[in-house]
Design a protein around this ligand. Structure first.
Ligand code: APR
Length: 234
């Protein structure tokens, strides 16, 4: 195992757990969003066809909450890493807390809550600035706007780019994800053998392949400042 060298490439794969201490609910586990909502009702193309109003209400509520919470010490520690390393954050999260903490290179695998996309032309993407999307809100072509998120059953457009990034990692930090949603979870296992691999999660997932990781069974806001300081001082 090799440590981080100056200018090495640190890749972070983050999930809902990194935002838990900011007050955003995770999806699974106790108190997870998927206990109160059915994926089939709010996060699939079928749900959108059946009841777009319900889907919009779900994401509008998430978006409103986004602006009542702040990045936590975990997000901020990852932003600090940019002082010493080339850092890419690949996040499954649709919140913008990595960016608000100061990270400048964030790839959103599952889309972004604060953006809308045209249903007439998927290349038309709009900043929402915290505003709701309502039925009747349209793009310049007249197509209804939808959340700019990847629903279950949809392809993950950024997947190949994310795979290439992980394959070039010298350090891979996997933080706050249950590793239960594919294809995102596969990314955790694509780093080269020389890469140092660290996992942060108070409940270490029971996933094959984690033997190569240093597993820290702690909340992100507690573990990441220490991990980042250690990487920076090597
Ligand atoms: N610090 C770090 N990890 C935490 C913390 C914390 N403070 N609190 C909870 N966790 C961990 C949980 O133990 C769990 O393993 O975060 C993980 C959250 O898992 P999920 O809710 O499944 O979230 P995630 O892995 O990001 O889900 C992937 O599923 O529903 C879809 O599209 C959604 O992007 C999401 C995808």
């Amino acid at each position: 195992m090799t440590g981080a060298l100056p200018h090495s490439h640190v890749v972070v794969l983050s999930g809902a757990g990194i935002s838990a201490e900011s007050g955003i609910r995770t999806f699974r586990g106790g108190g997870g969003l998927w206990h109160d909502f059915r994926i089939e009702d709010v996060a699939t193309p079928d749900a959108w066809r059946r009841d777009p109003e319900k889907v919009l209400a779900f994401y509008n509520a998430r978006r409103r909450q986004l602006y009542s919470v702040e990045p936590n010490a975990g997000h901020r520690a990852l932003a600090e890493l940019e002082k010493d390393f080339a850092v890419t954050i690949i996040t499954q999260n649709i919140d913008n807390l990595h960016e608000r903490a100061g990270s400048t290179n964030v790839l959103h695998l599952h889309g972004e809550l604060d953006k809308a996309r045209s249903t007439a032309d998927e290349s038309l993407v709009y900043e929402l600035g915290g505003k709701d999307i309502c039925l009747g809100d349209t793009c310049e072509l007249g197509g209804q706007l939808r959340p700019h998120v990847v629903w279950f059953g949809e392809r993950v457009p950024e997947l190949e780019r994310a795979e290439d990034i992980v394959r070039r990692a010298d350090v891979l930090l996997v933080v706050g994800t249950s590793l239960s949603v594919y294809p995102a979870a596969n990314l955790a296992f694509l780093a080269p053998s020389h890469a140092r691999k660290i996992l942060v999660n108070p409940e270490i997932p029971d996933t094959v392949g984690l033997e190569a990781f240093e597993c820290l069974g702690e909340p992100a806001a507690q573990a990441l400042p220490r991990v980042v300081e250690e990487l920076r001082n090597r």
